[in-house]
Write a protein that binds this ligand. Structure first.
Ligand code: MF3
Ligand code: CO
Length: 258
């Protein structure tokens, strides 16, 4: 069963996501050569707790941090630590917060300093894929239209669409039904209804779509070592397309008009 949220609940989800967005806006300023990923995580946790929320990821199946920070060939679930960012790298930051029992979840990949054209293209295409997926999240469409929008944007561009991790419903739990694939599953799936709340999160690679998980049990990396990007928004299904709950006015992503 996919939950249909009331406007009151959607407002609480909006508040949880506003905290997530505040974290992203602060961390964006900190992404520069020489910063360690654990320093980004510490600031994120402070902002979340000062906002009266709790870090949704910390303790989730034993996950040890408040954010996932995935650098370069790391796809998702990178554990913040001593790794220091370098000029020319891309860094994916994923943040979750729980506020008054409702969850916010969003991710974005930033360039560290100047990055090369392959990385710039990867960021642009992943952001565009999310934007198209958000538009596909409208009343009357099927769940599979979301994955088709991502795949249809990235595959023809020769990029690798990660299949081993998916998006999800979100609400009073971080992960709810349904699973939201970033590719055509071959089944149209349930019809989308207004008030459904989804976290759509394309993970796209410069090279192969294939990934493996490191010995830490969390960090997913590309099999070929090439860079990967991850953009995620939480949104409500509406008649005219997804209404993004995790939108930033300072550093918008997934909102391009193409
Ligand atoms: N945005 C990711 C997700 O929705 C983050 C989960 S990380 C974990 O799955 F540590 F909490 F597992
Ligand atoms: Co998520």
């Amino acid at each position: 069963m996919i939950a249909i949220r009331s406007e009151r609940e959607i407002d609480l989800l909006r508040q949880a996501n506003a905290i997530v967005v505040a974290v992203h806006e602060a961390l964006r300023e900190m992404v520069r050569p020489g910063v360690r990923t654990r320093e980004l995580d510490a600031v994120a946790e402070e902002i979340i707790r000062d906002s009266g929320a709790t870090p949704a990821f910390k303790g989730y199946h034993g996950y040890p941090a408040s954010t996932c920070i995935s650098v370069e060939e790391e796809v998702v679930h990178g554990i913040p630590g001593e790794r220091m960012l370098e000029e020319g790298q891309i860094v994916s930051i994923d943040v979750g917060a729980c506020y008054k029992g409702y969850f916010g979840d969003a991710a974005v990949t930033w360039p560290c300093g100047e990055v090369d054209s392959a990385r710039r293209r990867l960021l642009k295409m992943t952001d565009l894929a999310l934007s198209r997926a958000v538009r596909a999240a409208k009343t009357g469409n099927f769940l599979n239209d979301i994955g088709r929008a991502v795949e249809g944007t990235c595959e023809p561009a020769g990029l690798g669409v990660v299949r081993d991790f998916v998006g999800h419903g979100i609400g009073t739990q971080m992960h709810e039904e349904p699973q939201v694939a970033n590719f055509d599953t071959g089944e149209r799936g349930p019809r989308l209804k207004p008030g459904m709340v989804l976290a759509i999160e394309p993970m796209i690679n410069v090279g192969t779509h294939r990934v493996r998980v490191l010995a830490d049990g969390w960090t997913a990396v590309t099999r070929d070592g090439k860079p990967s990007a991850h953009f995620e928004h939480s949104l409500v299904v509406r008649d005219e397309g997804g209404e993004i709950l995790s939108r930033s006015l300072i550093c918008p992503w997934g909102v391009r008009e193409d």
